[in-house]
Design a protein around this ligand. Sequence first.
Ligand SMILES: Cc1cc2nc3c(=O)[nH]c(=O)nc-3n(C[C@H](O)[C@H](O)[C@H](O)COP(=O)(O)OP(=O)(O)OC[C@H]3O[C@@H](n4cnc5c(N)ncnc54)[C@H](O)[C@@H]3O)c2cc1C
Length: 402
Amino acid sequence: MTASQPLRIAIAIAGAGIGGLAAGLCLARAGLRSTIFERAEALEEVGAGLQLSPNALSVLDRLGLLAALRKVGVAADRVELLAHRSGRRIAEVPVHSADGTPYLSIHRAELQAVLLAAVRAEPAITLTLGSELRQMATADAKVELSFGGGGGPERFDLLIAADGVRSTVARLSGLAPAAPTGATAWRTTIDGDAASAFGATGQVAGIRAWLGPARHAVAYPVRAGSAVNLVLIAPGGAPASGRQDDTQGLVSGFSRWDPHLAALVNAAPAPTAWPLFAAPAGRPFVVGHDRVVLLGDAAHAMAPYAAQGAAMAIEDAAVLAAALADTDDPRRAARRYEAERRPRIDKVRGRVAFHRLVYHLPAPFSLARNAVLALRPRDALRADLSWLYDWRAPALDPRRPD
Ligand SMILES: Cc1cc2nc3c(=O)[nH]c(=O)nc-3n(C[C@H](O)[C@H](O)[C@H](O)COP(=O)(O)OP(=O)(O)OC[C@H]3O[C@@H](n4cnc5c(N)ncnc54)[C@H](O)[C@@H]3O)c2cc1C
């Protein structure tokens, strides 16, 4: 085998979200072909803002996408934690990295557009829209896939399930589904004019999080700074209708908060509810006789309290591609992927649980939290997150001759 001869394994990816597109691109960079099957007929603008930390951006940098992302994202060097009522700053958590990899806030649709343009320009990736994976079977040392509309069966050496929190592949594999966390994220985007009504002193120039009992709010710029993304996290499930015309209950829960936040909430278009789900921690990432690999939310959906769901999907893509580039045996690569990813995902889950507890403390515990955070030097707060943000992507070069 030479570096110009990619491994002759047929790889299918289910889902063209952030994880599936990143997986196709990482595989291509590692010299491997793939076919992405996406159930949607068109990849439309779905989602809202995302924070992308340096660990994830190091992968996208390796793919040559950082310059395009910098154009649509907004670089942050800190996250400000604010008291919910007064808006007083509790702490500033630095998020910059020593090697210059940025921390960006970005709209999910713009991230997806950058990934999609790269996928369309990549001859090693075939993207098939309108193909919903419905059935799978492991037979003859292959995985056999069938699609809606009578498509298939098609045979592959490996299936990468990047089909999101309600993963069909997880269900077909008999895995327990992701479960509601008991909280809902209400997301909305405020355009420049409405955001400027927020006032000069309250301008959201960076990433801000207001911490209150049982709920918190996060605001940060997106669309190259021309809009503000607002997320309100509150206890409870989504409204029965799925969408919400009556957000009065939600808004009143934040009405006595920092006037700057209240102004932003009032200027915002009606938010959309995203009930938060988490995949059971003990679930495997690799099933189907090691020929089916779960990635991103399909594997380990988690509440967004550490802003790491998309980041973990992107990291997964790089680690899996690097493992596949390193062996002729896709099943061995799948096992290596699970071994490498599980400790890190567990640690991120731990951080999510820690943030949920600490962010939502009621008084008087919140006062103790504020005092502890205020005393902790900024460098120490950054050092606490070094294990997360300073992770760097593995090399993704095509395999060298043995
Ligand atoms: C309120 C909120 C805030 C968040 N903030 C952040 C943040 O700041 N930073 C961060 O990193 N993450 C954040 N996340 C998490 C992040 O959005 C997700 O973790 C990430 O989008 C998951 O990507 P994915 O590719 O695994 O799944 P998805 O993006 O859900 O993509 C799944 C794809 O699979 C397709 N599909 C589904 N079923 C099938 C099928 N049977 N056949 C074919 N295709 C199929 C879907 O149509 C979709 O295109 C946040 C999430 C929420 C809810």
